[in-house]
Design a protein around this ligand. Structure first.
Ligand SMILES: [Zn+2]
Length: 70
């Protein structure tokens, strides 16, 4: 059985640091931002549809995340 070793990378929505990870068998990429410690789980739903769940660092409420418009 072939493994998918594609590296997925994107920018942390919280601090704009680039993060990268490998997809697991559940089509999810789990990374923890090296800068702000936010945990992200990216789920590959389809070829053109990804969902990224963001978990704030422990002790940081959602309202403390500086989510900004571009
Ligand atoms: Zn971050």
């Amino acid at each position: 059985m072939l493994e998918d070793w594609t590296i997925y990378s994107w920018y942390c929505p919280n601090c704009k640091t680039q993060v990268a990870g490998l997809k697991n068998k559940k089509n999810q990429i789990r990374v923890i931002c090296t800068k702000c410690s936010a945990e992200m789980v990216r789920t590959v739903v389809g070829r053109r549809h990804d969902v990224i769940d963001i978990y704030a660092p422990i002790g940081m409420e959602h309202s403390d995340l500086e989510l900004r418009e571009h």
